[in-house]
Write a protein that binds this ligand. Sequence first.
Ligand SMILES: C[S@@+](CC[C@H](N)C(=O)[O-])C[C@H]1O[C@@H](n2cnc3c(N)ncnc32)[C@H](O)[C@@H]1O
Length: 254
Amino acid sequence: MPDEQRPQRRGGHRPSAVVAAVGRIADDYGARLGRPLEVLDLGGGTGGVAVPLAEAGHRVTVVDPSPDALASLARRAREADIVDRVTGVQGDGDSLDAILAGRHVDLACCHGTLEFVDDPAATLHAIARALGEGGMLSLLVSGRLSVVFAKAIAGEFGQARAALVDPFGRWGSTDPLPRRFDVEQLEALLTEAGFTDVHVRGTNILGHLVPASLVDSDADRAALAELDELLVTGPGREFLRSLGSALHVVARRG
Ligand SMILES: C[S@@+](CC[C@H](N)C(=O)[O-])C[C@H]1O[C@@H](n2cnc3c(N)ncnc32)[C@H](O)[C@@H]1O
């Protein structure tokens, strides 16, 4: 894990904590295989995950439909001097088979993307095909229950109810997210796509419920992040993972 990630983890910004967790998974798996990993980042955007992984020595193929995101990725890769380890390809889950052309990757990341695809089950199947047997998946998606709580606490009871009962977890027609997920639904989708050892962890449980006005120092942010971490790691509290604003899944292709 690059050193520059570590202060952010202590500072408690949850997306960076997830990036750090993915870095540890990649480094551990790479150490077991005795070589840097081949990584696929589907919907990798501007490289928030890909750049740190490439900086750690892994080779990353980012597949994303957005030319603008891919241009930013290329710029970041040049600035970080890792162009030989980062490849950006315009495409989506449907084009993975053609892009990889039979090549398998060791680790697939899909962060903040499954919410936007037309068919999450088909996308997870495509990712499973891209992974070699035993390959690892890091999947990060938005959780449904967190938005129900956030809306209710904000007094938006109708929107809270809509998010709870809507098949896609949306709070209304102007909700910018096309889809949110429940833990059980994720576990079923992943099992059906051929993944095993599926671990779902809730992140940012309290962080997104506390008004920003109450968190005005790095010490506050760190304390809140530590509280969030303790909430899901303590014994008997695993059920709280369902309340994470993001659900981080780590799984293995069986
Ligand atoms: C919220 S961003 C997440 C970016 C990055 N994974 C991260 O965690 O910072 C969602 C990304 O998914 C991409 N995207 C949207 N629809 C997609 C699809 N059908 N297949 C793959 N990527 C898609 C977008 O272009 C965008 O880069």
